[in-house]
Design a protein around this ligand. Structure first.
Ligand code: FAD
Length: 535
């Protein structure tokens, strides 16, 4: 098979025209092309008057060697690499008990899936509920402000990404990314995530996907228990011997994958108290910004805005201030809504979510400024958690102590005055927003850097500084404030305890967390032999 890149189609051309493009590019006859499939599709919008799709395809040809010779040195025509995921050879140490995985976010689910396929019959423990009950709990919180601290946008089946845009873009280069996408497609995600340059599934589809992966794990002999918070890890001579669930049930195990996400503050504290090596980590805080989607579409696609084949436009922007601080947009949700993402009482946390159709009126994005342990005011490993908590609580109080979120119009934020009324952009955050001055719930350097950044971003994306655009605060859970140290075998300072995913500080986003879950599952498999005969 031969991989051919750089096949361009105009917006008015049909995907069937790829065939013509392929024949033309390779200068071959119809009869020499046996079949092809799309490997990647991206949009080239650099020239706004000439927006086009660019395809990479894998083609089966009659005489591939001859073609490869003809195009030797052309980076657009190369042999198709083998992207098949290879399961590793299991290790020799016999397990006395099933491996335990704490958390069913992407890291935990994919670790569970790999170990289940390999015959380890893993036990997955999740503090929140299954996705159906979790959805009810989240809806109740958004409608009434009644927060379930064990089951919310951060906790429950599927982890933090279940109520998300389901963007599957990642900056990591790892062959396991393909495995993650393939498993998601097998579990019900649209096949186009395999080739779209910016794949996304949306929260509506993601909820089915995580449930189907869970059922797959169970069908392979694994077990998944909800409403099962690990409240203690049991240690003997520096090694794990078991875990305690809900302060009651003791489960023996000598291998624990810790895939707890970035918001399990009580679990971080328990780990710290038991001597697990943690260190503070840089992350970012800021606000969500909401614009009309039509403003973003016009800025990105000009006359092609609203073209049926383009879908809602996205953006990604960054700014380096002379002060040394940096600001950037993150987790942009076209046609989405801003969501209440708190997991702890008395704090307000924002994030973004969209359905597969991405058809809501507003575009939203996190607008963040990087903070480092030097900003936390203490060298304690959990100082970053306290730093987050402080601003979340200030936001809660500022907005009325009822889970409304503080919001301010961009024009007023830039002019340093309170907003009096909402303009053309209706904030999507539920329960509701309270107009307030965001400078009262963010560090001063964050406010100043955001002001500079908004003006700079407006030069790159016309309308970004729209006076009526809405800022809603505070966005504090962009990534983990803690790293759980691990060695090359991916084990922590406690033997048998394997930190994984975003909460441990080794991933940022759905795909990279899933990939890290796979890596850690491989580390467990490399050491132990599967449960079975003689174990
Ligand atoms: P998590 O997904 O956080 O999963 C950890 C799990 O562990 C949770 O289910 C939690 O309940 C459980 N847990 C914690 N402690 C315990 C315990 N003691 N006992 C038992 N269980 C426990 N990323 C993207 O790539 N694209 C997006 O579009 C996107 N949008 C997002 C939108 C929102 C609203 C949020 C909150 C996040 C979004 N993210 C997105 C980030 C993404 O969700 C995370 O990067 C990813 O989920 C991290 O995966 P993880 O498995 O490491 O941790």
């Amino acid at each position: 098979m031969i991989r051919v890149s750089g096949i361009k189609l105009s917006l008015d051309q049909d995907e069937a025209d790829i065939r013509k493009g392929l024949l033309a590019k390779l200068r071959i006859k119809e009869r020499d092309l046996i079949e092809y499939n799309i490997f990647k599709r991206s949009i080239d919008a650099r020239k706004k008057d000439k927006i086009c799709f660019v395809y990479t395809v894998d083609a089966v040809l009659v005489n591939e060697d001859k073609i490869l010779c003809k195009f030797a040195g052309d980076k657009d025509v190369t042999p198709t690499p083998n992207l098949t995921y290879e399961y590793i050879t299991p290790g020799a140490v016999p397990l006395k008990n099933r491996p335990v995985i704490i958390g069913t976010g992407p890291a935990g689910l994919f670790a569970g899936l790999i170990l289940a396929v390999m015959g380890y019959r893993p036990l997955l423990l999740e503090r929140g509920a299954d996705v159906v009950r979790r959805t009810e709990a989240v809806k109740t919180f958004w409608a009434t402000g009644r927060l379930d601290t064990e089951c919310n946008v951060q906790f429950g089946e599927g982890g933090a990404g279940t109520f998300s845009d389901g963007k599957l873009t990642t900056l990591i280069r790892d062959l396991r990314c393909r495995k993650v996408l393939e498993e998601m497609v097998a579990a019900g995600a649209p096949a186009e995530i395999l080739y779209s340059h910016k794949p996304h599934v949306g929260t509506d589809i993601l909820r089915h996907v995580v449930k189907n992966i869970r059922q797959h794990i169970i069908s392979l002999g694994g077990e998944v228990c909800f409403n099962s918070k690990v409240t203690e890890i049991l240690l003997e001579q520096g090694a794990v011997t078991g875990v305690v669930v809900n302060d009651q049930e003791k489960i023996d195990t000598e291998a624990v994958i810790l895939a707890i996400g970035h918001s399990a503050r009580d679990t971080f504290k328990m780990l710290y108290d038991r001597g697990v090596k943690l260190s503070p980590k840089a992350f970012s805080i800021g606000v969500r910004i909401e614009h009309p989607q039509s403003v973003i579409d016009r800025a990105q696609y000009k006359q092609f805005a609203c073209h049926a084949r383009l879908g809602p436009a996205e953006y990604k922007l960054s700014y380096h201030s002379p002060s040394g601080r940096s600001a950037y947009t993150f987790c942009m949700c076209p046609g989405g809504v801003v969501v209440a993402a708190a997991s702890e009482e008395g704090g307000v946390v924002t994030n973004g979510m969209s359905e597969h159709a991405r058809d809501a009126a507003n575009a939203n994005s996190a607008l963040l400024v990087g903070v480092t342990p030097a900003d936390f005011g203490s060298e304690h490993p959990l100082a970053g958690v306290e730093f987050q908590r402080r601003w979340e609580r200030q936001a809660y109080e500022l907005a009325g102590s009822n889970y409304h979120a503080p919001a301010q119009l961009v024009g007023d934020f830039l002019a340093d005055r309170p907003s009096r009324t909402i303009g053309q952009v209706q904030p999507s955050y539920r329960k509701a927003v309270t107009l307030a001055e965001l400078k009262h719930c963010l560090p001063r350097y964050v406010v100043e850097t955001l002001k500079e950044a908004i003006l700079e971003f407006d030069k790159k994306l016309k309308g970004f500084a729209l006076p009526d655009a809405v800022l809603t605060g505070v966005e504090t859970r962009s990534s983990s404030p803690v790293r759980i140290e691990r060695n090359e075998q991916r084990e922590s300072n406690i033997a048998g305890l394997y930190p994984a995913g975003e909460g441990a500080g080794y991933a940022g986003g759905i795909v990279s967390a899933a990939v890290d879950g796979i890596r850690v599952a491989e580390a467990v498999a490399a050491k132990y032999k599967p449960l079975g005969d003689g174990t």
